[in-house]
Ligand binder design. Structure first.
Ligand SMILES: Nc1ncnc2c1ncn2[C@@H]1O[C@H](COP(=O)(O)OP(=O)(O)OP(=O)(O)O)[C@@H](O)[C@H]1O
Length: 241
C-alpha cells in the first residue's frame, strides 16, 4: 500500500503538485492521466525519491521513501532512458538487473520468456548497445527490467508511448498477466486513454498538480475520461464541470 500525505512540490514558489491525501492499495492497477505539465512525472519522481518534496511525504508498505531505501527491494520502475545503461547491450543490462534482484540464470530466462513476443526478436542476443536501439525497443528493455523479480510495486511512466500498436497490445497483456499471477500493484501514466482504461482498475486525473477525478474503472470510464479531455459529452451520466 502506498500512502501520500500532504504532498506538495514547488519550483521557485510555483506549486506543480499538491495532493493532500491519496492511498493506492495492494494489487490496484492505478492509472494516472492528465494534460502535459499536469504533474504525472513529478508524482512518480516523488514516489521514487528522485526529487525532494517541498512538503509532505510518501509511505510505501509502512516505509517512508524519503527516509529509508528499504522500499527499493520491492519496487520496480521505468520512468525514462536514464533508468537503463546506454553503453551496455540489452542482455548485459538485463543480466545486471537480475543480479541486483538476486535471480539466477534460470530465473532470468523464465522472466524473459514472458517477453519473447513483446521483444519481437529485436532485443535478446543482439550486439547493439541500448543507446543504439530504437526508442520503442529501449523502452521495452526498461519495462522488462522494471518487472524483473516480480516486485510488489511497479511504476511505469508512459509505457505505451513509442511502442507500435502490436507492442502496445502485448504490453497490455503483460501487465494483466503480471497482476493476475503476482498481485502486482501498478502505477501507470499514459496519454493513451484506450490503453490506460483497458489495463487499470482505477483512473486518477491530474490537472495543474491536483487530483480532479478519482474513479474506479467501469464500462463507461473510457467515455467519461474522453469527455473530460475533449469537452465532448456523450450520454454517460458524467459531469465535466
Ligand atoms: N526541475 C524543474 N524545474 C522547474 N519546473 C519543473 C521542473 N520539473 C518539472 N517542472 C514543472 O512541473 C510541472 C509538472 O511537470 P511534469 O513533468 O510532472 O508533468 P507531466 O504531467 O508528466 O507532463 P507530460 O504529460 O508533458 O509528460 C511542469 O510545469 C514542469 O515544467
Amino acid at each position: 500500500m502506498i500512502e501520500i500525505n500532504s504532498l506538495i512540490k514547488a519550483y521557485n514558489k510555483e506549486v506543480v503538485l499538491n495532493i493532500p491525501e491519496l492511498t493506492i492499495h495492494q494489487g490496484e492497477v492505478f492509472g494516472l492521466v492528465g494534460n502535459n505539465g499536469a504533474g504525472k512525472t513529478t508524482l512518480f519522481n516523488l514516489l521514487l525519491d528522485l526529487i525532494v518534496p517541498s512538503k509532505g511525504f510518501v509511505v510505501s508498505n509502512q516505509i517512508k521513501v524519503q527516509e529509508s531505501e528499504d522500499w527499493k527491494a520491492f519496487t520496480g520502475a521505468f520512468i525514462d532512458e536514464s533508468f537503463t545503461i546506454g553503453y551496455l547491450t540489452a542482455d548485459e543490462y538485463l543480466g545486471f538487473i537480475a543480479e541486483l534482484r538476486e535471480m539466477n540464470q534460470a530465473d532470468l530466462d523464465q522472466h524473459l520468456n514472458r517477453y519473447t513476443d513483446f521483444f519481437n526478436g529485436e532485443i535478446r542476443g543482439k550486439k547493439k548497445f541500448i543507446r543504439d536501439l530504437s526508442k520503442g525497443n529501449q523502452k521495452k528493455v526498461g519495462i522488462a527490467a522494471a518487472m524483473m523479480g516480480n516486485p510488489e510495486v511497479v511504476i511505469l511512466d508512459e509505457p505505451f508511448a513509442n511502442l507500435d500498436p502490436g507492442s502496445q497490445f502485448k504490453l497490455r497483456q503483460l501487465i494483466k498477466d503480471q497482476t493476475a499471477d503476482f498481485g502486482t500493484t501498478f502505477l501507470i501514466s499514459s496519454h493513451n486513454l484506450d490503453n490506460i482504461t483497458d489495463v487499470c482498475s482505477r483512473i486518477v486525473i491530474l490537472e495543474k498538480g491536483q487530483v480532479v477525478k478519482d474513479v474506479p474503472k467501469t464500462a463507461t470510464t473510457l467515455k467519461e475520461i474522453e469527455a473530460f479531455f475533449t469537452g465532448v459529452k456523450e450520454e454517460v451520466g458524467f459531469s465535466i464541470d
